[in-house]
Write a protein that binds this ligand. Sequence first.
Ligand SMILES: [Fe+2]
Ligand SMILES: [Fe+2]
Length: 227
Amino acid sequence: MMGRSCFRNFIATKDLFLPPMKQKEKLRTIVNRIVTDNELHAKWLNCLSMMENTGARKISKYEHPVYTNIIVLKHAAEEARHAYYLKKQINKLSKDACPDYSYPFLLAPVESYHYLRQLDVLACRYLKNKLDLEGRALMHGAYLLVTYAIEVRADMLYGIYQEVLTLIHSKVNVKSIIAEEEGHLEEMQRMLEVFHPDWRQMAEDMCATESALFENWINAIERVLKN
Ligand SMILES: [Fe+2]
Ligand SMILES: [Fe+2]
């Protein structure tokens, strides 16, 4: 359980890393457009499901076969649940749409696959250069930094998405995901504090890297919508 001062600290850090307003506006415009079309909306949900599933698989790969604690187990289970939950939401829009994660069933598939893969690569490169980490220590550091940046993004993305869904009284909702992602962000902050005293700077650098990749992803989705 986090103490009060620790919680205030968490809020302050989260605000520090909030993405620029323009990115939020751009995302809101895109989501507003997507939810007006069931086929696009189904592909959007499938895309988010694929990314959640990729996250879950990455965590499983990171897990040590023996020294894995309850936080990491919970995280892996919840990310897998998000993938399944989003997939189930598709049924509310169109039965049997998007049966798998192949390209025709995703929005901007190349950029969507690229986003997480590249974030991992850049986090490892960053930690190698900055702390000269290798092996298990490098995997651990990359897991913490990548997850932190993604959780900051999830907070923004699912927040805006849910606002739009609520406004249009959609049958789709992502409220249960939002609650769990907030928990993950708090857990990542606590683990980063233990990982390194300079964790704030590293998390800030990783969020800047993620922001560029997110920009690339959102621009690709924008191009799909214009076609
Ligand atoms: Fe998630
Ligand atoms: Fe998460």
